[in-house]
Ligand binder design. Structure first.
Ligand SMILES: NC(=O)c1ccc[n+]([C@@H]2O[C@H](COP(=O)([O-])OP(=O)(O)OC[C@H]3O[C@@H](n4cnc5c(N)ncnc54)[C@H](OP(=O)(O)O)[C@@H]3O)[C@@H](O)[C@H]2O)c1
Length: 250
């Protein structure tokens, strides 16, 4: 028994680590490819914690802003593993800034990491899944790609919002492209307690809490739970869907 091959981008981050943990504690065997960019320490600690004789954790590094590194990452994985069964496009970047202060280059960086990299990874690994007649792809989008967050304290991120809307469009297009064998879905979280938001001041968190029916932010594990469901056989009839997970909007 070799099990499935899972690829999680941004596996060392808040949501990425929770997804790796959920997979590693649920499967009997398999290979989890944990991608990271700068935070090797985090993925190494996941490897130390979860690698067993039957569950392999492979660490792969790539800066997804750089197209040569995205292509190199795909080549390396295909050479070593031949294919991926489950892909989670989780790596993401945000830089809150007023529109008037945002440069062409700022916007370009966000598009490269949040949209072009998932496009290319999905194209390459999705094609292999299609040929193998099996595969699951889950994209981590955001409610920012569906609604305009507003409020006096709410940070502005026009580029991030645009890329997450783009991820939703990718999701639906790739679901069609790789049908009927590959399920491609997206999870669109609202606020989640992860390093991405650690620098936001407390008053922003309080104001944002006020807009959520559950009056709190999500834990990364709650997002990972939905991702796990979408990659399971139980979700086989779900395809091309965008799942909001935000505690409810007031
Ligand atoms: N937190 C939220 O409130 C929230 C809400 C909705 C959606 N999301 C989405 O959830 C996903 C995970 O975010 P998170 O909240 O877990 O944030 P996080 O803890 O900051 O993790 C972000 C991950 O993205 C990776 N990454 C960033 N820039 C990269 C680059 N240039 N190349 C390769 N990888 C890069 C990071 O890798 P390294 O650390 O190794 O550099 C890290 O693993 C993102 O797509 C984010 O947009 C988050």
């Amino acid at each position: 028994m070799k099990g499935l091959v899972y690829l999680i981008s941004g596996a060392g981050g808040g949501i990425g680590s929770a997804i790796v943990r959920r997979i590693a504690t649920s499967i009997e065997c398999g290979t989890i490819i944990a991608h990271y960019n700068s935070n090797r320490k985090s993925v190494e600690s996941l490897k130390n914690e979860f690698e067993t004789k039957k569950i392999k954790l492979e660490l792969v590094q790539a800066d997804l802003e750089k197209k040569e590194e995205v292509k190199r990452l795909c080549d390396e994985i295909l050479t070593k593993f031949g294919h991926v069964d489950v892909l989670v496009n989780n790596a993401g970047w945000v830089d809150d800034k007023e529109i008037s202060e945002r440069s062409y280059e700022d916007f370009e960086k966000t598009v490269k990491i949040n949209l072009l990299a998932p496009f290319y990874l999905t194209k390459v690994f999705g094609q292999k899944m299609f040929e193998n007649k099996f595969g699951k792809i889950v994209n981590i989008s955001s409610t920012s790609g569906l609604i305009l967050h507003s409020g006096s304290m709410c940070p502005t991120s026009i580029d991030y919002d645009a890329t997450k809307a783009g991820v939703n469009v990718l999701t639906k297009n790739f679901a069609k492209e790789f049908a009927p064998y590959v399920n491609v879905n997206a999870v669109a979280p609202g606020w989640v307690d992860t390093p991405m938001n650690y620098e936001l001041p407390e008053y922003v968190r309080e104001e944002e809490n006020e807009k959520i029916l559950k009056n709190r932010w999500a834990k990364p594990e709650e997002i990972a739970e939905l991702v796990w469901y979408l990659m399971s056989d139980k979700a086989d009839f779900i395809n091309g869907s965008i799942y909001e997970i935000d505690g409810g909007k007031k």
